[in-house]
Design a protein around this ligand. Structure first.
Ligand SMILES: *Cc1c(COP(=O)(O)O)cnc(C)c1O
Length: 242
């Protein structure tokens, strides 16, 4: 080790690779890999979902050029406009819905998304099952868990997840593969991440989607298989997303 290692040299010009979508994406990937390795997990055990909501298709193109293939959007219409053509050009692109899904948008959502992370109520489960039966297209579904039991927030309360999962799978035949959560903003996320991981393990579900720009490393430590990162890759959103 040299004495100057880790110390920023004076007057260094910014490394162009470290700025912009490409550089930030590399940094997030590096951070996920380092955190995973530090707790004995394989780097490829964690899928980075790049959340491109509100950002233009050009930003998505930049991420695609850097090898990113998994994206998250929170609105069906916006995602349709941005991703229909991109999905044709990049057949291995995987698109996740991470925002609330209204039943009148189920048709479009099933046609467009590869994963629906926000299965949050019985009525939506019914509508998804109906559309999947009709079209034969079966995007995988994650149950959104309201881990903080916040009354204003979507999702199934922890105590109801097992019964909801059974209904979705056994009666409706939905391809439910995991759980997702958005912890309360004012609470330590770690306990929510621990709860979600433990619940997925107990229910035999392989996918656990948790962690955003501010806490994805914590989520990786607690067993996330998917982290949903927007701001740390694409920068501040030009307008509020929800
Ligand atoms: C917007 C959003 C994210 C990404 O948030 P950042 O803080 O920008 O990383 C993750 N998950 C959900 C459900 C979101 O709506």
């Amino acid at each position: 080790m040299t004495p100057t290692q880790g110390i920023e040299p004076p007057h260094s010009s910014p490394d162009p690779a470290a700025t912009g979508v490409t550089g930030r994406l590399a940094e997030v990937r590096r951070s996920i890999a380092a955190t995973a390795s530090a707790c004995g997990r394989a780097a490829d055990a964690v899928t980075l979902v790049a959340v491109s909501k509100t950002h233009p298709a050009e930003a998505v193109e930049e991420a695609l050029a850097a090898g990113q293939r998994v994206f998250g959007e929170n609105r069906v219409q916006e995602a349709k406009g941005k991703f229909s053509a991109l999905k044709a050009r990049f057949p291995d692109l995987e698109l996740h819905l991470i925002g609330p899904l209204q039943t009148n948008k189920v048709k479009d959502a099933v046609a467009l998304f590869d994963v629906i992370q926000t299965l949050d109520r019985p009525r939506l489960a019914e509508a998804l099952a109906e559309e999947m039966a009709k079209t034969g297209r079966r995007p995988r579904c994650l149950i959104e868990v309201n881990s903080g039991e916040e009354p204003q927030k979507a999702g199934i309360p922890p105590a109801g997840v097992e019964a909801f999962l059974a209904d979705c799978r056994d009666r409706l035949g939905l391809p439910v593969t995991g759980l997702m959560c958005i912890p309360p903003v004012d609470e330590e996320p770690a306990m929510h991440f621990a709860l979600l991981s433990e619940m997925a393990r107990r229910l035999g579900l392989a996918e656990v989607s948790m962690g955003m720009s501010g806490d994805f490393e914590t989520a990786v430590r607690f067993g996330a298989t998917h982290v949903r990162v927007g701001t740390a890759i694409f920068g501040a959103r030009p307008y509020p997303a929800a």
